[in-house]
Write a protein that binds this ligand. Structure first.
Ligand code: EPU
Length: 421
């Protein structure tokens, strides 16, 4: 039995929607709890599948967890384990984020290699290189990263690959370095807001980090980190999802509890295309925008256009007169879902790492399949604007990263329901 969304397109989205806490922030903040024996209390944690996978993993590693109404309390028990098994890493590749904290805290760990995902290879060589530079001995054995150290020592680490800095790689090395001896410099560090959130929480726990939010981080190791109470930042990708939904079909849609600064670049792009967007301190008001100009854009590391917003721009391009194009600068193969959009009448050609999108008069409802989280949510947006009924299958991908998506959309006026098939 699997679940699908059934959507009848054409309804306006009006009213207010509250953005949840950031999935990708919460996941790394939860992993950071491994660095301390004291309690970590997190507020604004979204209740979604990946968070539950992370809870399962932390429980396996010896944490006791209470999760009530978006507040998550993590406590240390005596049943410590340092192995992140395949069945959990396989469910959520972000589980690799326990590598740095386990190694720093317990001097050894075994973490399953994550493998690829629906939008292509997802290597972890930068994570491994970072740990090696900090003095860890690493063997790749039967699908596992087997790591140990007699004590991590600070180092200078250049942490970028062919596609730029690594978000979770930076977070892994940053966490490991907080308990290493001496000073670590991470050059070409990722600057994503979720990494900044992690650095801010680590500082509150007693870590010494300079250059937060820049591409060079200097971390001076300390002997021990303390417990902390901390609030997760709003989810910028969920914000972007509702923002584009509003441009497609909103009527004074108010997106609340968000941080528009984290979307400064895409908001500027959308405004330049003619989108009706009004920015407040922690909210955005957006309405359906007619006669938008076609766009040519590429995804890049923060502060530029996030790869996780790429599928939503593609859906937008589908209904803008003229030819738009979006290039993938992070995951060149992240276009699988465009064949599903084609089933809804979209005119998209993939040329290398670029989707060339010719606007069509309208999309038409069809049965389509989510191939990953963001692609799945983009198909939901396509369904909201399409003529007739759309069924999005395999919505477990969407449940991994969106808290109550169909409830939030229904409250705004969308005709969407979850059905069992
Ligand atoms: N890369 C390497 N070697 C590595 C690590 C990455 O070559 O060791 C490459 C990747 O293949 C990619 C680029 O570097 O081309 C950037 O990947 P990155 O490591 O930054 O990705 P990530 O940290 O594994 C996070 C988010 C993703 C988001 C990417 C890019 C989390 C939990 N995941 O992944 O979010 O797409 O950054 O911004 O933070 C999502 O939420 O749906 C999602 C996939």
């Amino acid at each position: 039995m699997s679940e699908s969304f059934e959507i009848k397109g054409g309804k306006k989205l009006k009213g207010k929607v509250q953005i949840s806490g950031s999935k990708n922030s919460a996941l790394v903040l939860m992993a950071a709890s491994i660095l301390t024996d004291e309690d970590v209390a997190l507020h604004n944690v979204p209740d979604l599948l990946d968070i539950h996978t992370s809870i399962e993993l932390l429980e396996k590693l010896g944490k006791k967890i209470e999760f009530v109404e978006n507040r998550l309390v993590i406590q240390q028990t005596k049943n410590i384990s340092t192995e992140a098994p395949y069945d959990l890493v396989n469910k959520m590749r972000a589980s690799i984020i326990v590598l740095g904290p386990l190694l720093a805290k317990y001097k050894k760990c075994k973490v399953s290699l994550p493998g690829g995902c629906a939008f292509g290879p997802r290597p972890v060589d930068l994570h491994i290189m970072g740990m090696k530079k900090l003095g860890a001995k690493i063997k790749l054995d039967h699908g596992y990263i087997d790591a140990e150290t007699s004590g991590l020592v600070g180092a200078q680490i250049f942490l970028a690959g062919k596609f730029g800095p690594s978000v979770l790689g930076t977070d892994n090395v940053m966490m490991a370095a907080t308990l290493a001896t001496g000073e670590t410099i991470i050059d070409s560090a990722a600057m994503e807001p979720e990494g900044v959130d992690l650095a801010n929480m680590l500082e509150k726990m007693g870590a010494k980090i300079e250059g937060i939010g820049t591409s060079t981080l200097k971390i001076t190791g300390v002997a021990k980190l303390n417990g902390v109470e901390y609030t997760v930042i709003p989810d910028r990708i969920e914000t972007g999802t509702f923002l584009i939904a509003g441009i497609l079909i909103g009527e004074n849609l108010t997106i609340e509890n968000c941080n528009p600064e984290h979307l400064a670049y895409p908001i500027e792009l959308l405004k330049n295309m003619g989108a009706k967007i009004e920015i407040k301190k922690d909210s955005i008001i957006v309405s359906k925008s007619e006669n938008l100009k076609p766009f040519t854009v590429s995804t890049s590391p923060y502060p530029f256009l996030a790869t996780d917003l790429q599928p939503f721009f593609t859906v937008l391009g589908c209904v803008i007169a003229g030819t738009s194009s979006i290039s993938e600068g992070i995951y060149p193969d992240r276009f699988q879902y465009t064949s599903e959009l084609a089933r809804m009448g979209a005119d998209i050609k993939i040329e290398g790492n670029t989707a060339v999108i010719k606007g069509v008069e309208k999309l038409t409802g069809a049965e389509v399949m989510a191939s990953d989280l963001r692609a799945g949510a983009a198909l939901v947006l396509a369904g909201l604007i399409a003529d007739g009924k759309t069924v999005v299958d395999r919505i477990y991908h969407i449940d991994r990263g969106y808290e109550k998506l169909e409830e939030k959309l229904s409250v705004l006026g969308a005709d969407i329901k979850r059905v069992e098939k």
